[in-house]
Design a protein around this ligand. Structure first.
Ligand code: NAD
Ligand code: ZN
Ligand code: ZN
Length: 346
């Protein structure tokens, strides 16, 4: 089968021929409907050799959904043809966090090892080998080609919002910095989990801000000093209860610290890898800074419920497997409106 693989550090991915995997005991082979192209893949492809512990090549694509193709020996609970979304951060399944469904925070060294992100094959291929049935969530009527980004853009944003939802009552403000794939999901999740909060989206792109508005942002602002002033105005000088930085570069982290409030949450999701200076007065007193990674299995079930009831939806652009490299070029250039999804079996 054809697979879009990460072959060489600091080089674009390549389309290669690889064998169709055979599911072993407990494993499941999934026919891929959609595999989302996440900005994290670009960070990975641009990383220098030696900066990661895993070796190349492996198939990209860590946001996957499709149809069960074949159950391995002893695997039960699903049947060929079932539409499923794939939980991505594969842990050991046995440590305390894994047993709570928090495989994103598996305690076993070297885990989680997500397919498509950490040296294990992902979903930008006709078939994806999933190591256990607990990673499959039934999609019901949702189309895997549309639903795939819910497993990361959806789940990561959901997890990042849900941990702060107790702060987001009437009169509160949530700021979403970076209205791309994750940001557009975060705006909708904020409205779904806390309809009362005022959602402010900030981006460098007018196009993304227009989309943010259609996704339910109450106010949209071009990134910069004027955005800081406006957010201070909206919040009567206090700052926002929740600031989500979905970019993580120096200007966004600086802005995040300026617009967060005392006792608020400043949550860094973007992997821009800049640093935020922390001292007694900045970020504001008792503002908690966190850097969540992905989300939990129960949360993915909740995300699918929100999508099934029409409360969240990803703006998806489909690309053939042959065009995967082009999709990443467009993502790099800021020309993907929502999420690029590779559809290897179309
Ligand atoms: P994306 O390319 O779809 O969106 C990024 C958005 O940020 C774009 O709209 C862009 O215009 C905007 N932007 C860029 N610079 C900006 C600035 N200075 N100010 C305001 N906006 C700016 O990317 P994505 O797939 O949504 O991913 C966002 C980030 O989240 C990436 O760094 C990615 O690696 C990371 N990520 C983290 C996790 C996690 O578990 N923590 C999971 C998935 C993705
Ligand atoms: Zn991702
Ligand atoms: Zn574990």
């Amino acid at each position: 089968m054809k697979a879009f693989q990460f072959v060489e550090w600091q080089q674009p991915g390549q389309l290669r021929d690889v064998p169709v995997p055979e599911p072993g005991p407990g494993e499941v082979l999934v026919k891929v409907g959609g595999a989302g192209a996440c900005h994290s893949d670009l960070h990975l492809l641009e990383a220098p050799a030696g900066s990661r512990s895993f070796s190349l090549p492996f198939t990209l694509g860590h946001e996957n959904a499709g149809w069960v193709e074949k159950m391995g020996p002893g695997a039960t609970g699903f049947a060929p043809g079932d539409p499923v979304i794939v939980y991505g951060p594969w842990g050991c399944g046995l440590c305390m966090n894994c047993r709570k469904g928090m495989e994103n925070y598996c305690e076993t060294p070297g885990k989680p090892s997500p397919g498509g992100l950490g040296g294990t094959d992902g979903g930008m291929a006709e078939y994806l080998l999933v190591p256990a049935t607990r990673y499959l969530i039934p999609l019901g009527d949702l189309d895997p080609r549309e639903a795939a980004p819910l497993s990361d853009a959806g789940l990561t944003s959901y997890h990042a919002v849900k941990r702060s939802v107790h702060l987001l009552g009437p009169g509160s403000t949530a700021v979403v910095i970076g209205a791309g794939g994750l940001g557009q999901m975060a705006i909708q999740v904020l409205n779904a989990l806390s309809g009362a909060t005022t959602v402010v989206a900030v981006d460098t792109s007018e196009d993304k801000l227009k989309i943010a508005k259609t996704m339910g942002a109450d106010e949209v602002l071009i990134s910069g000093d004027d955005a800081v002033t406006r957010i201070k105005d909206i919040t009567k000088g206090q700052g926002a209860e929740l600031v989500l930085d979905l970019v993580g570069v120096n200007p966004t982290l600086t802005m995040a610290a300026q617009v967060a409030r005392v006792l608020g949450h400043l949550t860094i999701v973007g992997v821009g890898n800049a640093s935020l200076p922390v001292n007694f007065s900045s970020p504001p007193h008792e503002c908690a800074v966190a850097s969540p990674f992905w989300g939990t299995i129960p949360e993915l079930i909740e995300v699918i419920s929100l999508a099934q009831t029409g409360k969240i939806r990803m703006l998806v652009e489909h690309f053939a497997l042959d065009d995967a490299a082009h999709a990443y070029h467009l993502l790099h250039d800021g020309k993907i409106q929502g999420r690029a999804v590779i559809t290897p079996n179309d």
